[in-house]
Design a protein around this ligand. Structure first.
Ligand SMILES: NC(=O)c1ccc[n+]([C@@H]2O[C@H](COP(=O)([O-])OP(=O)(O)OC[C@H]3O[C@@H](n4cnc5c(N)ncnc54)[C@H](OP(=O)(O)O)[C@@H]3O)[C@@H](O)[C@H]2O)c1
Length: 277
């Protein structure tokens, strides 16, 4: 476990790029105005990492906020993703260029294959390698890849993935995947870390939270951070964006961490890539 985590804590990717551990997820944050508000609130509190995707329709809502807040491009880490209908070598290159153009950001810090689309994902990965080698994004990676998908990719790639972004929370504690990623120098990134809100009433989370004066959401975020896993809570509300970042004034006791580990039910609240061949 890292000793002193802070909102500015970063981890080093396999190409030495520093990636902030805490990021704001902006899937379904509402209108452009609402999304820009959410991004601004997050940046005001000190988040320095935003997770978008073509699918979310809001890649263009980050640059205007940086400009308004007079933040330099290199002060904020931005991830976007290749959508499923854009797979294949040429289509991936085109889709990336469109995303980048739409974003107005000049470059992405990280670009991910959103989902391991059958038959086409290997060609798409070659496109990401080209994009990376041309310097249009600082790192490339994947999302929703299981160990099998990663083994296939590692066996064929020239540039290994820096990140695998997957659903990850105490009810889906993907320990084997985490260990595989660690062994292969791939950083795990946790999406839907708040179980989309579905488990926030869980009694174990509440009991542990009460001990630290923290909410179930804060307990789940801290559980991820203490594993040096990147965490991407989403909220479009200012009070929750602040709450989700107030996780740096306590440590989980070993016994509580074990109790949280034991909540695992292999339960997915988003999509499940296990059967994708
Ligand atoms: N790669 C992928 O396939 C993939 C899939 C899913 C998600 N993601 C990424 O991960 C991010 C987060 O995942 P997610 O959006 O699925 O869900 P999530 O972060 O687990 O949960 C978001 C839900 O929890 C609520 N919430 C947030 N903070 C809260 C708090 N402190 N107390 C109570 N409720 C709270 C939000 O409502 P309000 O907004 O109303 O506060 C929203 O309904 C996404 O935005 C996206 O960037 C990636």
């Amino acid at each position: 476990m890292m000793n002193e985590l802070s909102i500015l804590s970063t981890v080093k990717l396999n190409n030495q790029v520093e990636m902030p551990l805490l990021g704001l997820g902006i899937y379904e944050t509402g209108s452009s105005r609402q999304t820009q508000n959410a991004v601004a609130w997050a940046l005001e509190v000190g988040y320095r990492h935003i997770d978008t995707a073509k699918l979310y329709g809001n890649e263009s809502d980050i640059a205007p906020v940086l400009q308004k807040m007079s933040l330099a491009r290199n002060e904020v880490f931005v991830t976007s993703k290749l959508w499923n209908s854009d797979h294949g070598y040429d289509k991936s290159i085109r889709a990336f260029n469109h995303s980048l153009e739409r974003s107005g950001l000049g470059y992405f810090d990280l670009f991910l294959i959103h989902w391991p689309v059958e038959k086409l994902r290997a060609d798409s990965w070659r496109a990401l390698e080209t994009i990376y080698q041309e310097g249009k994004c600082r790192a490339i990676g994947v999302s929703n890849y299981t160990i099998r998908h990663l083994e296939e990719l590692l066996g064929a790639c020239k540039v290994p993935p820096a990140v695998n972004q997957v659903e990850y929370h105490p009810f889906l504690y993907q320990k084997k995947l985490l260990e595989f990623c660690r062994a292969n120098n791939i950083r795990l990134s946790a999406y839907s870390p708040l179980t989309k809100g579905e488990k926030l009433d869980d009694n174990t989370l509440k009991t542990i939270g009460n001990r630290y004066g923290k909410s179930p959401a804060q307990i789940m975020i801290r559980w991820v951070l203490e594993q040096e896993v990147i965490v991407l809570p989403k909220s479009a509300r200012q009070s929750r964006i602040i709450e989700n970042a107030e996780v740096y004034d306590f440590h989980l006791e070993e016994s509580d961490r074990k109790t949280l580990d034991a909540l695992n039910q292999d339960w997915h609240c988003t999509w499940n890539p296990t059967n994708i061949v």
